[in-house]
Write a protein that binds this ligand. Structure first.
Ligand SMILES: [Zn+2]
Ligand SMILES: [Zn+2]
Length: 379
């Protein structure tokens, strides 16, 4: 075959697969949007409520009659909305004389939307295989992982059913929730702070209250003996007097309090470090130790039983700018950002990439990290 023809076919195939990927993401975005609309409109919720009502106290008990109503009034309309959406994308591209590769990719997206229609039809007929294709609504498979950041897992979705119906709308990929700030709801969560938050203490308490959550108060020893009743533990290492080893120990204790499925889905630790812990050249032992602490957290993040966020805050801010930074922090949490530099999204992105790089390095190059000696470096 002529090499220019071969190149042409390869480029078309590349264009088709790229378009298909984008089409699937757009389709899943539309699906999540349909779900969100069902919660925003009372009329649509009248149809969607069966999806919520079909389960008893857990996914193990399910009312078949309500399930059939859910399939007819919510699952099928939602599935057909994706078919219409993908069909419209294809028709528009065809009308605009889009290149062949693009049309093939969009046709792939259109076919993709029929998968759910087939699965839902088999669910109507009570075919067990079809239910297995929807792991978000089956009893959980152990061991459970804490909610993931880039795809919707069982622990991500169970929060929509059991924690807050006005959040966690996304079905497969989290784009819509990230955009709306509904990836994480703080509603009804119980917060506690370990360590000195300085000027940030008051705005954090205010923000927690405004979000419908509550702040548990008490001496550190009281908080530590009550961790089973804490959903979000904020560990602050902002003050230079904070014992970093105690911070590390407090986090470890908190992980020990993650016992139930609910805990794995909802509990979080926020480690708050001063921004200068990440100055390009650390100039003090303290800064080095802060970095060791943050690296230890990065190192163990994949193994701990709940979500961990690292937050960098500048010390010595006015009350006004502290208020702004805390508002920004809460917005980032609602978008499920795990490494947060409030007010400086690019710095947050850079630190997030740095953490990802470190994790990869540890995974492939330095498997035997001496964690105990790192811990000792904090003393
Ligand atoms: Zn559901
Ligand atoms: Zn819902």
């Amino acid at each position: 075959m002529d090499s220019t023809i071969l190149t042409h076919y390869l480029l078309t195939a590349l264009q088709a697969s790229f378009t298909f990927t984008i089409a699937v993401l757009l389709i899943e975005f539309e699906r999540s949007l349909y779900h969100a609309l069902c919660h925003w409109s009372d009329w649509l919720y009248g149809f969607h409520r069966y999806h919520h009502e079909m389960f008893g106290t857990s996914y193990e008990t399910k009312d078949r009659e309500t399930e059939l109503k859910s399939l007819l009034y919510y699952d099928f309309p939602e599935g057909f909305s994706t078919v219409l959406f993908a069909g419209a994308l294809l028709a528009i591209a065809y009308g605009l004389h889009a290149p062949t590769g693009m049309l093939v990719g969009l046709l792939g997206g259109f076919i993709y939307t029929f998968k759910d229609i087939v699965i839902r039809s088999l669910k109507l007929l009570d075919v067990e295989w079809a239910f297995q294709q929807d792991p978000l609504h089956l009893p959980p498979e152990l061991p459970l992982m804490p909610p993931a950041r880039w795809s919707i897992q069982w622990t991500n979705h169970v929060r929509h059913h059991d924690h807050d119906e006005s959040a966690y709308f996304s079905g497969r990929y989290p784009m819509l929730d990230t955009l709306l700030g509904t990836s994480v709801s703080l509603n009804n969560k119980r917060f506690a702070v370990m360590g000195d938050m300085g000027n940030f203490q008051v705005p954090v308490e205010q923000a927690v209250q405004n979000a419908g959550a509550m702040m548990l108060h008490g001496a550190p020893s009281v908080v530590m003996s009550n961790l089973a009743n804490v959903d979000v533990l904020i560990v602050s290492a902002l003050s230079p007097d904070t014992d970093l080893f105690e911070c590390y120990k407090a986090m470890q204790h908190f992980f020990g309090s993650v016992q139930s499925i609910r805990d794995i889905a909802l509990k979080e630790v926020w480690l708050v470090l001063p921004e200068d812990a990440y100055s390009l050249v650390p100039v003090s032992i303290r800064q080095l130790q802060q970095r060791v602490l943050s690296n230890l957290v990065t190192l163990t993040r994949a193994e701990v039983p709940c979500i961990v966020r690292t937050v960098m805050l500048p010390v010595g801010q006015s009350q006004e700018s502290s208020d702004k930074l805390v508002a920004d922090l809460c917005q980032s949490v609602r978008r499920d950002v795990r490494t947060i530099v409030p007010g400086r999204p690019l710095a947050g992105l850079w630190l997030g990439l740095r953490e990802m790089g470190l994790r990869l390095y540890w995974r492939y190059r330095a498997r035997n990290v001496d964690v105990p000696s790192l811990q000792n470096a904090l003393r």
